[in-house]
Design a protein around this ligand. Sequence first.
Ligand SMILES: C[S@@+](CC[C@H](N)C(=O)[O-])C[C@H]1O[C@@H](n2cnc3c(N)ncnc32)[C@H](O)[C@@H]1O
Length: 263
Amino acid sequence: MKSVSNPKKLDEAWSLQYEMLAEQFAALVPPGDVPLVEIGCGSGQLTVPLARLIGGRGLVGVDRYAGPYVNSREKLMAAVARHGLEGSVRVILAYGLKWLSDQRDGQYEAVISSEFLPELSSYEVESFFSDCYRVLKPGGVTIHSFLSPKPRNPRQKLVIDADSDTRWTRFPPKEWFSPPPRLAAAQLRKAGFREPQTIALKSGLTVRAAAARALLLRWGVREGFWDFHRKKLTKGGLEIPDWIVMTGRKPARKAEAARRKSE
Ligand SMILES: C[S@@+](CC[C@H](N)C(=O)[O-])C[C@H]1O[C@@H](n2cnc3c(N)ncnc32)[C@H](O)[C@@H]1O
């Protein structure tokens, strides 16, 4: 378990989380040559390490960059330039669900997201998955990661409360901290995806003292949360919940034809 108390070490610890996730995504993406599509790419926490792993295949990131995320685009472009990824990462400024609904059927090999499902309502997740399915080629995959909504201990519960309780967060979620994995799996199935898989990755990261305070501020959590929980946050800190990675595969052409026939 890694513990960070110096705010200056926060970025490095956070990058390691996303490197772990990027490796998982890279292992799940089917071989091919069509760029991956990432909805809600933000400042590129996943985009950049994943683009480095998949090389020339490239990645199209779509984000609306509004509200608390208004400055994320510059951060992503700076990271892209820092890693010499200008030729492999393309960023589109758009409302993700609309952009996806405008895409042609069956043209992509993978549509992915990270910490994007928490931004949606259950109704939006349903229509998002349905468009993911439609725009994928047979055999294509959809992969979505988010922090588990189920805390395994009180330190993880503090993270969930800080980020979703309207008393504390400046940016309350529409419906949830993250979707329950069972519901997301049911929605993947409903959209047509076969055998959805749920993978849980331990984050192994605790953030204490000044680093916890810095992280909370970054997430738009009111100072009152720090004041209220100061003792706990200084001693035990916050523990990042497990990362949940959900994936579904669009059936190959024959199976897809049979599915349509049975509808
Ligand atoms: C919590 S951040 C996640 C950023 C990054 N993918 C990560 O893993 O840290 C959510 C991102 O989704 C974007 N977003 C939210 N709703 C969106 C929508 N309807 N269309 C496009 N982007 C959206 C936000 O602008 C933000 O960059």
